[in-house]
Design a protein around this ligand. Structure first.
Ligand SMILES: Nc1nc2c(ncn2[C@@H]2O[C@H](COP(=O)(O)OP(=O)(O)OP(=O)(O)O)[C@@H](O)[C@H]2O)c(=O)[nH]1
Ligand SMILES: [Mg+2]
Length: 80
């Protein structure tokens, strides 16, 4: 049976959330990301990765919208 899990990257803007996602899940070179920085995330950038018996949902949230994640958009924390 395939298990499903969810990981959220949430925190202040410009602290490296999208960089971590790109390095660990997309295998992008960290040095390349220090040179060519990513644009600030808007809204949610979500992907699903399958590892053997695991489907992992990874949600990279915009730091500039942190107030919304803890108020009107807090359903992001619900595991469906
Ligand atoms: N020196 C250093 N810089 C980093 C590191 N991780 C990320 N950065 C830099 O920090 C900046 C912001 O990185 P992002 O990954 O876009 O930050 P974020 O948390 O996704 O920001 P938002 O999308 O605005 O929420 C970029 O210029 C990165 O190159 C790190 O470990 N060390
Ligand atoms: Mg980002």
């Amino acid at each position: 049976m395939v298990e499903t899990k969810k990981v959220l990257f949430i925190g202040p803007s410009g602290t490296g959330k999208s960089t971590i996602k790109n390095v660990f899940f997309e295998m992008v070179c960290p040095l390349k990301l220090l040179k060519n920085t990513l644009d600030p995330t808007r809204g949610i950038n979500s992907s699903i990765y399958s590892f053997f018996e695991l489907d992992l949902g990874v949600f990279d949230l915009a730091g500039q919208e942190n107030e919304d994640w803890f108020s009107k958009d807090s359903d992001i924390f619900i595991i469906r």
